[in-house]
Design a protein around this ligand. Structure first.
Ligand code: SF4
Length: 368
């Protein structure tokens, strides 16, 4: 299969779903750790094609959803400064901080700009030497290489008016945090294909062995997802716990070593808070050594900001796979995409937003 349509073929999807049913003898709970996969699962009704023994839960894989509330508030504080031009991907603008979001700062006259690449922010810094330009660097290993390259370029050009507010999280420590929780219910993982395209999948091998869980590298289209689920369930039923690659058209075991080299040049591993899970040791990326001068938190002396999640929001429990969006009393009432209480309702890749959009009474699209 070479083309995208083939991975959305309803007959192929139903065939694999029947194959999954034929090998499933016991109940299993699987987690995907990718907002794109969550979105596809809910949009195409993948979970509804599966036998009732299989439960899919949605992990901390959406970049917007895992960015700590404190970092959102720091972004708002920076964007409110008269000397700062604050650059961000568009989906961060509507994430609520303490009492407003970046869009409100922009509406009040703040210089907040949507960019499509961190290199756009470097360009803005070059063109506006009298402005301090800050880029909001969020996400997993997928966005880290481009962000590392932007800092590298700024350094090469000797830019003193460019910096980054860094909130990078890495996936393997998040998986370990979920697996080592006494409440864990997840028995198998679908690893995110695009993260593995960068990082390969050798990092997952010791985790699969230590916690005795299968981890299957999986793509994003319905057929990709069902193939990943099939291989995960087959391992569970056979009592195996290995790392398998079900996304061979994009992922190799070592990954993209050139991208990894750029990341290692600019970033170092650091402790990082993951929204919904809390502080995870050695789970983030921060600017290393000679690049630390590009750290906006250092440059602007941002002290620790401490914020509590809205008490009614259970997104932290959802991101650990212990509840589903429908279990939240605020879902669809106090919390909607227009008035989100938590990050999982803001981002289009968030589990709550996906359920709101595709599981409403007006939901019509599925692989069928
Ligand atoms: S529906 Fe809203 S309040 Fe409830 S968990 Fe999701 S984001 Fe939080």
């Amino acid at each position: 299969m070479k083309y995208l349509d083939e991975y959305r073929d309803g007959d192929a999807a139903r065939r694999i779903a029947r194959a999954i049913a034929s090998i499933t003898a016991r109940p299993w709970t699987l987690m995907e750790i990718c907002g794109g996969q969550t979105h596809s699962i809910v949009r195409f009704g993948i979970d509804e094609l599966l036998p009732p023994e299989i439960t899919l839960v949605h992990g901390p894989g959406c970049p917007v959803c895992v960015t700590p509330l404190e970092l959102i508030e720091k972004a708002i504080l920076l964007a409110s400064r008269p000397d700062v031009t604050f650059c961000s991907f568009g989906d961060m603008l509507r994430v609520p901080g303490r009492d407003r979001d970046l869009l409100a700062v922009k509406a009040a006259g703040g210089d907040v700009r949507i960019v499509y690449s961190p290199l756009d922010a470097v360009k803005i810094a070059v063109e506006n030497p009298d402005r301090q330009v800050v880029f909001f660097a969020v996400g997993f290993e997928t966005t880290a290489p481009a962000n590392a390259m932007a800092v590298y370029q700024a350094h090469r050009q000797g830019l003193s008016n460019f910096s980054m507010l860094v909130s990078h999280v890495t996936v393997p420590p998040a998986i370990e945090a979920i697996l080592s929780s006494p409440d864990n219910q997840v028995q198998g993982f679908l690893a995110a294909g695009h993260v593995c395209a960068i990082m390969g999948y050798t990092e997952y091998e010791p985790i699969a062995k230590k916690y005795a869980v299968p981890i299957v590298v999986t793509g994003f289209e319905p057929v990709d997802l069902l193939q990943g689920i099939y291989r995960c369930v087959r391992q569970l039923e056979e009592g195996r716990c290995e790392v398998e690659n079900a996304y061979g058209r994009s992922v190799t075991r070592p990954g993209n070593v050139t991208a990894q080299r750029v990341m290692r040049e600019v970033f170092e591993v650091t402790d990082r808070k993951c929204r919904g899970i809390g502080e995870i040791p050695q789970s983030g990326l921060g600017l290393r050594g000679q690049y630390a001068v590009y750290d906006a938190e250092v440059r602007f002396g941002l002290s620790d900001v401490s914020l509590d999640e809205p008490s009614e929001c259970i997104s932290g429990i959802i991101l650990q796979g212990l509840k589903k969006p429908f279990d939240c009393p605020a879902f669809g009432t106090a919390c909607t995409p227009e008035h989100p209480l938590g990050a999982t309702m803001v981002s289009s890749e968030g589990a709550c937003a996906a359920y709101y959009r595709y599981r409403s009474p007006h939901h019509v699209q599925s692989v069928a």
